[in-house]
Design a protein around this ligand. Sequence first.
Ligand code: EPU
Length: 430
Amino acid sequence: MSKLQPDMDAFVVRGGCRLSGEVVVSGAKNSALKLLAAALLAEGTSRIRNVPDIVDVHTMLAMLEHLGAAVAVREDADVLIGVPAEIGQETSSDLAARLRASLVLLGPLVARTGRARLAQPGGCNLGNRSIDMHLSGLAGMGADIQMGPDWIEVRAARLHGTDIDLEYASVGATENLMLAAVLASGRTTIRNAAREPEIEDLAIFLQKMGAEIDGAGTPEVVISGVDSLRPVDHWVIGDRIEAGTFAVAAAVTNGDLAIRGVDPAFLQLPLSKLIATGVDVRERADGFVVRGGGELVATDVATLPFPGCPTDLQPHFILLLSQAHGTSMVTENVYDGRFGIVRQLRAMGAEIEVTGHHAIVRGPRPLRGNRVMATDLRAGAALVVAGLVASGTTIVTEPRHIDRGYAHFAERLRALGADVERVTTRALAV
Ligand code: EPU
């Protein structure tokens, strides 16, 4: 039986609930973070709406302030970024180390100021997270790149357009190079570009600013540089990973959930995988309805860049399949170290074996509450969901990972019938 320690910071989940009702997903973390960075490209005040209230966003806002922007958060999700004529060129190591997306400041800073010095970006530990394609793309645009053990410096009086062939459809490299190319001289073509919906959201944001971009959402993005950009007003797309998290939570708890605020086209493959396991999924104009209740059956899942099944939902699928009848294989193709959830789920009673980049999941196995650790953001959220189906109490430690990407997770799950608390006993003791 798991016990709360006096100094524990955790999600505490009591299992046995059935989720029902309606949930509106937040704006997409992985879009909002890039749009906030993009706001630096134009002097004046940009307004970004539907920004999720998560720690990663607050870290990015602090980075923008450090660079000289004036930040105002109006109501929950409505953010104003006032960008002065002169902005800073260096990020603080303390802030950058907390956030992978700090890397996308390289493009806007070098494009706008001619120099960017970035402290080593942080983020989840998912194995190798190299940045070679970001740097070689910028070098191809004429930038001079220097690197130290914990910093990167990029300089270019003005970047110039070029042809870039990405070895892999990297989300971050595509975004950084788009952000750099919009103010470069001439035309930049990015081939084998990432096609995630967040790339299209960024392109729409930049187009509203006056940028010339064609082909975002396809493997070839063409950007014709302009001399200056103007501030914008933009609504962030819904978070497809948060939507997928609630969908799996509904499916494993035999729930009945209307998930709103996201385009179901962003989740075609994961939703088809849910249907393959026997879950009833109905699309609506602004979301979808998920009904569990039938027997779950095994299926295979392989993660791939969009439109493939997102790696950010891989831990949730491993959980789902641990409750399905039969043997499933989950193949991770994006990261070389993203099976952190397996050990934790095994401690709760799941039967999962990892061979290379495959996880073999045998189900259904009843889960029992235990003390488990959020090894990263998505694994952490999936463990909270696992606690909903486990018997007894599950304590998910290292909740800071979950706070980085899921807004008010415990409250929103409670509103759907779950018994979940986000406890900070240390803070309570003060
Ligand atoms: N890669 C390289 N070289 C590069 C860039 C990437 O080898 O220059 C490799 C990475 O090592 C990794 C793979 O390519 O194995 C994927 O990296 P990608 O650049 O596509 O991902 P990212 O931009 O670092 C974003 C999301 C991740 C999400 C991935 C894939 C943000 C802030 N992060 O990361 O989200 O998993 O795309 O979809 O947008 C999360 O939200 O929990 C999360 C980890």
